[in-house]
Design a protein around this ligand. Structure first.
Ligand code: G6P
Ligand code: MN
Length: 459
């Protein structure tokens, strides 16, 4: 099978390739095409993949190109993970908002809307080219903000685009493990939008085990989510929120913590990634080792603002994730695991259960049928089908509706080059507290990110 990776120069691509190397089933991917606009990054990633392939006689062949149609032509699967505007754009997404005293974050709040605005035109072009040169392909979208982007791509390609994220499955896995159970045996009652969802029940053998977890100090305390939200708030809610809800439930604290840190996440990554690609260019061997150390450092400092005592860019505490010579293997089941499991369930017609970003249809009647939501699905050769879930409660539904309205205004703004729709998206977002702030956000993003100005027609 041919797999095309849009954003093939991406830092997490080696995760995907490593997952492919470890996959012995049939049919399997034997032909990988990396597409990117940056040929230097493509070269560095190709070098890492070549090192990973050593000792694997049946490793998938890898080709790299800056010509979109060459990468897409005849693909069976397309993985899509691009960052329009690069990490420089991510930094502006953060800073423009932070300077106005509101949350500045990659996907959540106004930063996510700015990121969406500039990404949508590119994704529409990708979807149109898939339809033209790879009409049979199934598209797996990781590009953030993943819910909004997937919804927009579905307007061109229909249900053959599915959005994925590692956070809901990661949450399910952590909870199952804390209960001493096999994550594969757990049935999740999860609903939301991407980066805005709630695990209300986790069933093992037909019985909800969340109450047991919430009642147990030690088990609850072992979860990353408890570090983020604190045990009291989790117990008060009686459920487990997706970690990104930290930015809603602890908004002021989050803004404060990010402002107090010496650098934003984007700024940390600009430094880290620039150094990585510069070093990788000069290496004749050892690129894979350098990648492993760098990604371990990246994982160890993930969402530091939500976790006490850790600061961006500081050497993480010794132990898991330390970027030492003994750097442990980064987790493989996250990002790449979800993608590979989805692809295999479809290609091999092996039914699997996973949380995906799919069309709402009739699931939440008070959201548009063509809205993309995040829910557990059963996947086989026919594609994903949502499993029955409990209806969202009033507060969950309210947040989903409000944020979805902002996402759809953003899509309209980008597709119709309509700055008024963009202003409404910023102004109506729950994390933006005034229309005057929304106006300054829009101005700031248009001035400081050329791709945002362009998406709105350059006006
Ligand atoms: C998780 C989320 C992704 C997000 C990433 C950010 O994996 O699911 O959607 O892009 O974290 O991680 P980073 O290392 O870039 O801050
Ligand atoms: Mn995600």
């Amino acid at each position: 099978m041919k797999l095309c990776i849009l954003g093939g120069g991406g830092f997490r691509v080696p995760y995907v390739y490593r997952a492919l190397l470890g996959d012995g089933g049939e049919p399997r991917v034997d032909d990988v095409w990396l597409y990117d606009t940056d040929s230097e990054r493509l070269e560095a990633v190709q070098r890492i993949l070549a090192e990973l392939a050593e000792g694997h006689p049946d490793a998938p062949r890898v080709s790299a190109t800056t010509v979109l149609d060459d990468a897409l032509e005849g693909a069976d699967f397309v993985f899509c993970a691009v960052r329009v505007g690069g990490l420089a754009g991510r930094t502006q997404d953060e800073r423009v908002a932070l300077e106005l005293g509101v949350l500045g974050q990659e996907t959540t709040g106004p930063g996510g809307l700015a990121y969406g605005l500039r990404t949508l035109p590119v994704m529409r072009r990708f979807a149109e080219r898939v339809r033209a040169v790879a009409p049979g392909a199934f598209v797996i979208n990781f590009t953030n903000p993943a819910g909004m982007i997937t919804e927009a791509m579905q307007s061109v390609l229909g249900d053959r685009v599915v959005g994925i994220c590692d956070t809901p499955s990661g949450l399910g896995r952590r909870v199952a493990r804390a209960l001493g159970a096999d994550p594969a045996a757990a049935r999740l009652d999860y609903i939301g939008l991407n980066h805005l969802g709630w695990l209300r029940r986790l069933e093992l053998d037909g019985r909800d085990r969340l109450p047991e977890l919430l009642a147990d100090d030690e088990k609850l305390g072992s979860l990353e989510e408890t570090e983020v939200f604190g045990p009291e708030w989790i117990r008060t809610m009686g459920l487990l929120p997706n970690e990104y809800l930290y930015y809603y439930y602890f908004n002021r604290d989050a803004v404060r913590a990010i402002l107090d840190a010496p650098r934003t996440r984007g700024e940390f990554l600009v430094e880290q990634q620039t150094a990585f690609f510069r070093q990788a260019r000069g290496l004749s061997c050892g690129a894979e080792r350098l990648w492993r150390r760098t990604i371990a450092e990246r994982s160890a400092s993930y969402m530091a603002e939500a976790k006490d005592g850790v600061e961006h860019g500081e050497a993480p505490a010794a132990g898991a994730g330390s970027p030492t010579d003994e750097a442990p293997e980064p987790e493989i089941d996250g990002y790449a695991g979800v993608a590979l499991a989805l692809m295999n369930a479809i290609a091999r017609d092996e039914p699997a259960s996973m949380v995906l970003n799919v069309r709402n249809g009739p699931i939440v009647p008070s959201l548009p049928a063509d809205a993309v939501i995040e829910v557990p699905c059963t996947v086989d050769a026919k594609g994903p089908r949502p499993q029955p879930v409990t209806a969202p409660d009033l507060s969950q539904l309210g947040l989903m509706q409000q944020v979805k309205a902002c996402e759809r205004l953003t899509v309209r703004a980008a597709f119709e080059q309509d700055p008024d729709a963009a202003l409404q998206a910023f102004a109506l977002h729950p994390l933006v507290d005034s229309v005057s702030v929304a106006r300054r956000l829009l101005d700031g993003y248009r001035t400081r990110i050329p791709e945002v100005a362009e998406a709105l027609g350059g006006r």
